[in-house]
Design a protein around this ligand. Sequence first.
Ligand SMILES: Cc1cc2nc3c(=O)[nH]c(=O)nc-3n(C[C@H](O)[C@H](O)[C@H](O)COP(=O)(O)O)c2cc1C
Length: 384
Amino acid sequence: MAKEIKINPLYPSVDMLREKARKRIPGFAFDYVDGGCNNEINLARNTTDLREIQLMPYYLRGFKKLNLSTELFGEVYDAPFGVAPVGLQGLIWPGATEILAKAAHEHNIPFILSTVATADIETVAEITNGRSWFQLYHPAEEELRDKLLRRCEEAGIKTLVILSDVPTFGYRPKEIRNGLSIPPKMTWRNMVQITTHPRWALSTLFAGQPEFKTVKPYIPKGLSLRHLGLFMNRTFSGRLNDDRLKQLRDSWKGNLVLKGVASAEDTEKAIAFGLDGIIASNHGGRQLDHGPSTISTMDEICAEGKGKIKIMMDSGIRCGPDIASALAKGAECTFLGRAFMYGVAALGKEGGDQVISILKTELQQIMEQLGCENIGSLSNHLIE
Ligand SMILES: Cc1cc2nc3c(=O)[nH]c(=O)nc-3n(C[C@H](O)[C@H](O)[C@H](O)COP(=O)(O)O)c2cc1C
């Protein structure tokens, strides 16, 4: 049975949770989740372009029953949105990965675990009863890739998400200034931020330093911070190409999803290589600043791929009406990264439930207002 929808009336929107998060966690942690690359143009454009979309209500058509469910790879989910993979979640709030995985599972929505999250594959698979998806940073080393795939299989994970949009790490001035690392660099600035956020500091101290739990066994012991950075860089950056796609398709028997698609050309390739789904995404504006907003790529992606491959979308979504707009443009499911992180940063353990409850309530409301009974019909309300 689906978990009850309950909204804490002090923070009834993602924007309000974001403002609370800004006050509750140190600046370097907030900047990490909130910021984008370069001049943060695409970060802003993702949401403003989504909000250019207009939907037409039809008040006099009959309305029987609202159905928010979506079907992805044989699983029926209760709502057409899920938790996007986010690395280093435990820096934002201790146990953030586990909190969000549990909330997603209880509300029956998809959850994607990042390779560099702060909980491991096995723990999250247990929390979600094997229903979580796993996002693989396509590692340069084949041996490591195979070990991770084997662990996913053994944990019962059926859907693998691979990234195409991190051929190189994004240039993020705020992270550079903050010296983002694990543990946070003890500059005066960071120390002041930690001491002025005692709840975060105590909770983090109590929970222990966040770690990259999934990849921890492969990190050589005793690495200095500088060398840990180099290790991660060498191991997890790399350009996806035809050979790597083919190898992955051959070795992974479950559902294979490509994340970071922005063009008809990449959509066509995903179809040609026999992938099961794509996530149209620009990584929430963290990789390429002068590219297109994700919603603006949906027309060409859908023209190429609709009916041939599952099309999902993320980047810039902050509320139920944003989800409705993305679905109206052809997405069959949406994902959110920052919105869930703001929730956990603002409310700790209650954060996941709060964000899901807000989004579900807002989506329900807009669909009833439009006179739209199911998510597949939202495109009929699009004003072109
Ligand atoms: C702080 C942060 C860390 C992220 N880490 C990852 C990651 O490890 N793997 C990944 O596939 N995407 C990562 N993403 C991108 C998200 O999966 C998603 O594409 C993006 O957040 C969607 O945009 P939104 O935040 O506007 O919802 C990260 C995003 C943020 C904000």
